[in-house]
Design a protein around this ligand. Sequence first.
Ligand code: 13P
Ligand code: SF4
Length: 430
Amino acid sequence: MTTTSIDSAANRSVNDQIVADPSASCDVELAEGPWIFDLVPGYGPGCSEDDVIPEPVVRPGQLPVEYQKMSDDELHARIRAAKEKLGERVVILGHFYQRDEVVQYADFVGDSFQLANAALTKPDAETIVFCGVHFMAETADILARPEQHVILPNLAAGCSMADMADEESVEAAWEELTEIYGDEPDADGKQPIVPVTYMNSSAALKAFCGRHGGIVCTSSNASTVLEWAFERGQRVLFFPDQHLGRNTAKAMGIPLEQMPTWNPRRPLGGNREDRLQEAKVLLWHGFCSVHKRFTVAQIEKARADHPGVKVIVHPEAPMPVVDAADAFGSTDKIRRFVAASEPGDVIAIGTEINMVNRLAAEYPDRTVFCLDPVVCPCSTMYRIHPGYLAWVLDGLVEGEVRNQIVVDADVARDAKVALERMLAALPKGA
Ligand code: 13P
Ligand code: SF4
């Protein structure tokens, strides 16, 4: 179990900076409480606000007004008191991208692979409060014991990338591909195509992978998972993040010509059939709006301004950015990269701002900064505000489970197959 326990001494509120100077951020509305936006369509203020929000995305009920009006001090006092009362009955998980005001209460902080494991390590806790986004809480519900409840403090905390692949479009793509490749294994017993879904996807798509001999991956074990898939199949359908798929497959030596992009809105994904016959990895046309912001020009500027700077980016960044960086990896790899650096080093990071600012605060003897000069958090993670955390914890104290995430039993059964395959595929170097 490699999940990191939070060192509260290292916490400094980066959101204070966002609130204090909204003009330096990508959206002045970041200074507002997220409940202002929770009922309107869209992903809220921040870098992904222009993404088209698909119809079925859950909209939450409103946070009770009394919680909206509470001062920060009162909210924090309530969270501490409820946590104290609930003790071992509740475990709080926090993703690296959460705001510090929330992450300080997490019993485990980690990347999505670590948090999926962390959900398994507390079988005695009655409730898992997941301070992350919707697909992470769904995964925890699938892996948790049936008696355990999983709570997502704000149901509007989705992931715009996960929403770019829906079950209907993936089923339609699968049908087209089965017509082209057939469904019989070759002479070596390899299936024509193996579906691989990134953890950032709905439970329904994880279940699709479970039913079709496929697997889930995270950014930390994507290459192990692709190796697993190629042991069983001739080619892979990878969704929803084209960049993670492309960056990982390229690092494994697969030529770009054999990685066509699959656009679900076009026949054959927008490809010619002869190109598909040669394909090794079909990349769904999805992306993360936060990581799409990183550019080669930012890396060039960082190198010009700070000779000797080391650059590390998340593999959700576009391929030219990953190629121009010194290293790429999951959020936990980025954390370990900074931890392994020397005092005096200068490190430029291409990932979400809350995490970068936390690392900068944790290692004050190094210069750690974000490649993107504009403060722009993941706008969906940002929706987990201390107000929501206080409200759901108070609910538990009163015996009420608020904002529970429940995955349908049939979906959970198939999704668990794909998730368990993933949990066995350890990240390289873990
Ligand atoms: P990690 O798996 O690296 O934690 O990333 C999750 C995520 O959503 C990155 O945008
Ligand atoms: Fe989704 Fe991007 Fe936010 Fe990660 S950073 S949760 S991929 S929107």
